[in-house]
Design a protein around this ligand. Sequence first.
Ligand code: TRP
Length: 355
Amino acid sequence: MERAPFMDSFAATQARMTDLDDRIRAEPSRFRVLTGERPTGRLHLGHYFGTLSERVALQARGVEICLVLADYQVITDRDSARDVGANVRDAGLDYLAAGLDAERTTIFPHSAVPALNQLLLPFLSLVTEAELHRNPTVKAETAASGRALSGLMLTYPVHQAADILFCKGNLVPIGKDNLPHVEITRTIARRFNERYGTVFPEPEPLVTASPEVPGVDGRKMSKSYGNAIALGMTEDETAAVIRRAQTDGERRITFDPVARPGVSALLTTTSLCTGTPPEIIAEEIGNRGSKELKRVATEAVNERFADHRRRRSALATDPDVIESVLRVGIDRANGVAARTLDEVRDRMGMHYLAR
Ligand code: TRP
């Protein structure tokens, strides 16, 4: 089948997803997924329904996955990397509890893989300053940070290209805000290949199909908004967060995300946890008001994640488990990165000393 040329609009990307899904099903071994996140806090329901469950599904289909904890990306918009160790370990618990298997999936922080980071230098030579300044996500994040644009903030999409290309990842599951970064990664791969001979695939973005998960205030769930339900919360902590959710005085519960963001967010959360459409849940609650809605939502979250939380607590009793998952991941990533960097330097003619 003739493939359409790559287009960078979100709609065009979504249109290609079904086709991609079919290809993954047909030949899982052709894909190497590189996925990642910044270890900035505890993982929450937004991560679970947005990316984590999809990673587990890909793993189950036999797709090879590398999962990078982008710890250097933490300092793009904050002063300190102080909490990354705790955050990396906490994320590790959720990965394992959700069903990622460290034997099959390579989990590692990129700061522990020197050869990956060295790819940044040749990659930087392949993009212009103007291209970097044009990245809409970098612009938005810089504005949101209220800080001057740092060199790292400007160039982190190129670093992300190193995350993706060090293992020759060809499929990158992301939220739509990360599409510009996959786009620049494709550009870098193409330019490297043109200049030095083919080394890299041009990775395809896989935009997660699940809807944006709202936080308890109706805005996107995000730790920085203080509206998140963390996967690792206890049942009581979950109840407390939902109790504080801003609803309204209208007794009749209806699903209307525009006019009633708070009420609708709780309906969406309940729906994600139970599989029942939000309108039906609203109808069932009827005239019983926000208090009943909050009770229903709390119960749905706590039931949905009871097993996850049980597994998580069991894993947390032995710190060596996560430690050894990371060791295995780091070792494997270092081996892969060293081979890729060697190939890159070879193609560039930088192996000029007698070995
Ligand atoms: N930028 C991603 C985020 O917003 C995190 C990330 C870093 C990433 N490296 C990656 C995502 C590589 C996919 C592939 O969280």
